[in-house]
Design a protein around this ligand. Structure first.
Ligand SMILES: Cc1ncc(COP(=O)(O)O)c(C=O)c1O
Length: 380
């Protein structure tokens, strides 16, 4: 057995004991009538977490990418125009999947570490020639940069131009406010392993009536109407759902709603702000300007003299703590620290700061010593 890790990377996050216990529920068949109430409760809890009345709300068997692919397959037909608000790795992934589907992909860009400006989306939608965009896609928390996108404003602009709105909430659902109905999001997907703190392997998705029935996508496994026939009241066989993951998802969702969405979002903000205070007290620089920082992922510039891989390996080997390095143009330049779901706890913030301080000091990196903990505690 591997030692217990403190998972403070951009996912997966730590599992609460109730979720670990749910993984050992007795095996039952996916068509067992006793499983059906579990499916129904899971769907109902998911609607609460997405803050939606959308009927078609369910967890896809598959990781966040399955949610991304399913959403795109139902939102854009081959030949239709998709605008991607592009400022990081996961927006690029959305654009690439859409390209493979045969969509005409147009990007509104911002440098990595900045959010896409709704005014730039507006300009682009106004200037675009030919048929309008059928859909605008955006990543709520861009995990590669730690930016929290202004989804409400981007969605407003998209709708004003007659486009539908697709949102990646993989690193935000249950960690940052994502009210699907209130923000008039047409399709929203997430992943089980981040702020929901369930194991990787399920992708919650919710689509509204406008999205449903537009056309029948060229997929069987990810056909949401077919999936709904299993998850909804019919419970007709579609594929063999991973039953233990369903139990784990239900347990995770129950915990989210027991805590309450508002309290949960507040906890994520509080712990992340404490982390920022500690990192800055050490003299480290955060990548993202404060108004655009996410409450779930923090990105910090690697200080001069620190060896990216060596520091991360020492944190893992000596302190059992996982954080992640940068992706794409930010590789070797930043560390990514996730405080998501069950990982978002003050004790983990303090453990990470002390361990990082110890590792940087012994690597001879110039960083203020002893200040981080005091500053973190004072910031609470
Ligand atoms: C914002 C975002 N979207 C999509 C994904 C893809 O999810 P998965 O790795 O579970 O397929 C990730 C994974 O980190 C992500 O952070």
């Amino acid at each position: 057995m591997l030692g217990e890790r403190v998972l403070l990377g951009p996912g997966p996050s730590l599992l609460p004991p109730e979720v670990s216990a749910a993984l050992s529920e007795p095996m039952v068949g996916h068509m067992d009538p006793d499983l059906f109430p579990v499916l129904e409760e899971t769907v109902s809890l998911l609607r609460d977490v997405f803050q939606t009345e959308n009927e078609l709300t369910l967890p896809i068997s598959g990781t966040g990418h399955a949610g991304m692919e399913a959403a795109l397959l139902h939102m854009v037909k081959p030949g239709e125009r998709l605008v991607v608000c592009s400022a990081g790795f996961f927006a690029d992934r959305l654009a690439e999947i859409a390209r493979r589907i045969g969509a005409e992909v147009i990007r509104v860009e911002a440098p990595w570490g900045k959010p896409v400006d709704p005014a730039d989306l507006e300009k682009m939608l106004k200037a675009a020639s030919g048929p309008g965009a059928s859909c605008v896609a955006a990543v709520h928390v861009e995990t590669s940069t730690g930016v929290l996108h202004p989804i409400r404003d981007l969605a407003r602009v998209a709708r004003a131009h007659g486009a539908m709105v697709l949102v990646d909430a993989v690193a935000s659902l249950a960690g940052a406010e994502t009210p699907v109905d209130n923000w008039e999001i047409d399709a929203c997907y997430s992943g089980s392993q981040k702020c929901l703190s369930a194991p990787p392997g399920m992708a919650p998705i919710s689509v509204n009536a406008r999205t449903r029935g537009r056309f029948s996508p060229a997929t069987y496994y990810l056909d949401l109407e077919l999936l709904w026939k299993y998850w909804g009241s019919g419970h007709a066989y579609h594929h063999t759902v991973p039953v233990q993951f369903v139990y784990a998802m239900r347990a995770a969702l129950r915990l989210v709603m027991d805590e309450g969405l508002a309290a949960r979002f507040e906890r994520h903000w509080r712990n992340t702000r404490a982390l920022w205070a500690g990192l800055q007290a050490m003299g480290l620089e955060l990548l993202v300007d404060e108004p655009h920082r996410s409450p779930t992922i923090t990105t910090v510039r690697i200080p001069d003299g620190a060896d990216d891989a060596k520091v991360r390996t020492r944190l893992l080997r000596e302190y059992n703590i996982e954080i992640a390095g940068g992706l794409g143009p930010l590789r070797g330049k930043i560390w990514r620290i996730g405080l998501m779901g069950h990982s978002s706890q003050m004790r983990h913030v303090l453990t990470l700061l002390s361990a990082l301080e110890a590792v940087l000091a012994s690597e001879g990196v110039k960083a203020a010593r002893g200040a981080a903990i005091a500053q973190t505690v004072a910031s609470r």
